[in-house]
Design a protein around this ligand. Structure first.
Ligand code: MOS
Length: 774
């Protein structure tokens, strides 16, 4: 069966690779790429900025519902075993307590397919949710308390007493590896790849490096912790669940909650108008299901806002990795072998093996490749996606190793990279849709002052501080997931409302969507409104994988085409546009005109009024995302860091940072710059601070707070310079690529390489804390 499916997939892949460009979405470049007179490319402030600074933007935990109860969670204290007793009497007797829900009284709920395992699945794990006495990780919810106030609920959880029959838990990476490694699959694709004989080529190479890098567990810390405010009601005899969520996938969440309670998808309505950061963690975790179950039991609306600690207990983070990178090169620097292999920690109940080999699949031409990710199973909370899963930590290893090799070769690290720049995709052999990485290196190097770098490490000192600069390559794939759809409603007064179940997590999505729609419809920005983040709207659009912008773009292209078709029908024979097909018209000045004879034109208002219509509304689905099977589509960048390392204390300060990007057309420079900087700041955290303290004896996360889990604060972050080349990808909607995740990639290595250049100390395990430099 698998053989047949694999063969069919291989045939399909080949057919897509060989198909004429014009058969593929993006084969005919999006007209918006050439359309430079609109707002695309001009800096536009966030349309929702005023609501956010004035406190009128309501986040998930800010919807007050009549009769609402407040929820809090109690967590297991062992990593594996059974709950033998659960004393909830004191909690139940505590003031204001409405309900204590445990496995002893919870309703039946189905385990859920994990995120990406089915079309709309959004769950972080596939474990039973409070259905029996089994404990799967240290921190698993064992009780939900509902009370009249949050404080009463929080207090009552502290009165719950549990005893356990603990079983042996594997909570140590070394032990887990010794128990056996499992070859990893990511999103259905094996993370194992061999081209040529890399081991032999490495052994025969004139110059080589062969080193191991380590990256730690990291937790998600969006400024807004996860929350749901929800209520059950009856509508036309049907039970309906209304959920105010903090989500990067409203339609997935609605479907998945419906699965848990055996409801129709349409019985669950999820909205999420504002989200205080997603980064991969605002999918579906047990708190959604537990809050809905408790609400149904108590017959009360419920708010469950996770405490910061609860985010660490319930919501997965990035897992630990151990990566070997070996590169064999000729004396001129050309690579003969690239090996990037290693192991990560994972659980048996999730599906996110950190795919750290992805940068090695795309960045360099090497005579031979050997790439592999294997997983070791621990008894812990399911790990999950975290900003640029794979590339964020994979680029730390690969790009540090390139720096190590450059030094052995006595070559400039940028020149070494350029020497190995591939002409086509090193793995698939597909042509690149758009790759201007060399230009990004050169532009970044010129602006950062790379030529002033001291090639010999440890030779530049200012007072107590050693100073050095380093760089690394950034990369992240262009993706567009299937399922995009949009509705456009155009009214006779010339207003367009564009509706799509997409998400605004602070990136500027609504602003960018309005810009793109306004330019395509030739309307002023103020005449376009956006409906979004509502599971009842068209489209299955995940705000993840840096793919939302392309996904929205393709959906808006399809809806725009349907609208033009409909407008031409309504225009009829009395219009100057009579007889023209959708391909023969363009949008200009709030109307349509003939491309060949722009004097033939009619405004939307005129078309609708003659047709006696107050409005026209169309809905359409995006083309299938075949472009990334026909071209190799990726974003690129070059990251430059200047580090100052205190010789007395080991303290590292990053005094300058520059990102030089090649990400297609930049739609809104204002919000894109903010995305790049945000990614880079998270990258500085990855390089220097972030580390989940996972107690390897008990499997307990020991630093579940922002006091003990360090992320960069203002004083840790220098002015970050970002530049981009703004070269359109001819094969993507609007010529654009996503810009959400690339910013974190390459930063870890740029910082490590700068620290090496400053001190001569090569740190191969993150974070680079001061103890590693003394
Ligand atoms: Mo991102 S880790 O795909 O939200």
């Amino acid at each position: 069966m698998n053989v047949v499916a694999d063969a069919a997939q291989a045939v399909m892949k080949k057919a897509l690779a060989l198909a004429p460009d014009s058969w593929i979405p993006g084969g005919v470049p999006d007209p918006l790429i050439r359309h430079k007179h609109g707002l695309v490319g001009t800096p536009v402030s966030r349309l929702d900025g005023r609501f956010k600074v004035s406190g009128t933007a309501h986040f998930a935990a800010e919807f007050p519902l009549d009769g609402m109860a407040y929820a809090a969670l109690a967590f297991s204290a062992i990593a594996r075993g059974r709950i033998t007793s659960l004393d909830t009497a004191a909690a139940e007797a505590s003031p204001g307590v409405i309900l204590v829900m445990t496995h002893l009284n919870a309703p039946r709920m189905k385990p859920l397919p994990y995120f990406l395992a089915a079309g709309k699945a959004a769950a972080g794990d596939n474990l039973p949710i409070m259905q029996d006495d089994q404990v799967y990780w240290n921190g698993q919810p064992i009780a939900v308390v509902l009370a009249e106030t949050q404080e009463q609920a929080d207090h009552a959880t502290s009165l719950i007493r549990a005893t356990y029959a603990a079983e042996h838990a594997t909570t140590n990476f070394a032990e887990a590896k010794a128990q056996g490694l499992h070859p990893a699959n990511f999103a259905g694709q094996p993370l194992q790849l061999k081209i040529g004989d890399a081991d032999a080529a490495l052994a025969a190479a004139a110059v080589s490096v062969d080193v191991t890098y380590r990256t730690p567990f990291q937790n998600h810390n969006p400024i807004e912790p996860h929350a749901v405010t929800l209520a059950w009601s009856k509508s036309e005899g049907r039970e309906v669940l209304r959920v105010h969520d903090a989500s990067q996938c409203v339609s997935h969440v609605a479907w998945t909650i419906a699965e848990a309670f055996a409801l129709e998808e349409t019985q669950v309505h999820v909205t999420s108008p504002y989200v205080g950061g997603g980064f991969g963690c605002k999918t579906l975790w047990q708190h959604h299901i537990l809050a809905a179950a408790a609400s149904r039991m108590a017959g009360r609306p419920v708010r469950l806002a996770l405490s910061r600690e609860a985010v660490y207990r319930v919501v997965g983070g990035r897992t630990e990795t151990e990566q070997r990178v070996a590169i064999g090169a000729n004396k001129d620097g050309t690579f003969e072998a690239l090996i990037h292999t290693g192991a990560i920690a994972m659980t048996a109940h999730n599906n996110v093996p950190e795919p750290f080999i992805t940068p090695s699949m795309i960045l360099y031409s090497a005579g031979s490749l050997k790439l592999s990710v294997e997983t070791a199973h621990l008894n812990m909370l399911a790990n999950t996606f975290m900003r640029a899963p794979g590339e964020a930590v994979g680029s730390f290893a690969l790009e540090s190793a390139i720096d190590e090799l450059a030094e052995k070769l006595g070559m400039d690290p940028i020149e070494l990279r350029i020497r190995n720049e591939p002409e086509k995709d090193p793995v698939s052999g597909l042509p690149f849709s758009s790759r201007n990485l060399v230009e990004a290196y050169r532009a970044g190097a010129a602006r950062f002052g790379w030529k002033d770098r001291h090639a010999t490490p440890g030779t530049q000192q200012e007072g107590e501080r050693m100073v050095g600069i380093g760089m690394a390559t950034a990369t992240y794939p262009y993706q567009r997931m299937p399922g995009g759809a949009a509705r456009i409603t155009l009214t006779a007064d010339g207003h367009a409302n564009v509706e799509i179940a997409a998400h605004e997590m602070g990136m500027g999505t609504t602003t960018t969507t309005a810009i793109v729609a306004a330019d395509r419809l030739a309307l002023p920005l103020e005449d376009v409104s956006i409906g979004y983040a509502d599971s009842e709207l068209p489209g299955l659009v995940l705000a993840g994988g840096s793919q939302q912008t392309a996904s929205i773009g393709a959906a808006v292209i399809a809806a725009h085409r349907a609208l033009v078709t409909e407008l031409l029908k309504l225009a009829g024979n009395a219009s100057p546009l009579a007889g023209l097909s959708p391909d023969q018209v363009a949008n200009e000045d709030a109307g349509l005109c003939s491309i060949d004879d722009p004097s033939k034109r009619e405004s939307y208002a005129s078309i609708l009024s003659r047709a006696g219509r107050a409005q026209v509304s169309v809905e359409a689905s995006a083309s299938k995302p075949l472009e990334s099977s026909h071209w190799s589509m990726h974003s690129y960048g070059a990251m430059f860091a200047e580090a100052r390392v205190n010789t007395v204390t080991g303290e590292v300060r990053i005094s300058r940072f520059l990102g030089s990007f090649d990400c297609g057309t930049i739609l809104n420079p204002k919000t894109a710059a903010s995305q790049f900087r945000g990614g880079i700041i998270m990258g500085l955290g990855l390089a220097l601070m972030e580390e989940t303290q996972f107690d390897e004896r008990t499997g307990r996360i020991m630093n579940p707070s922002l006091a003990e889990y360090h992320v960069p604060v203002h004083l840790d972050v220098p002015e970050i310079d970002v530049i981009w080349n703004d070269i359109a990808d001819p094969h993507s909607p609007m010529g654009a690529h996503g810009v959400g995740e690339i910013g974190i990639t390459g930063v870890g290595a740029a910082v490590a390489n700068a620290i090496y250049n400053a001190t001569g100390k090569r740190v191969r395990d993150l974070p680079i804390t001061l103890d590693k430099l003394l």
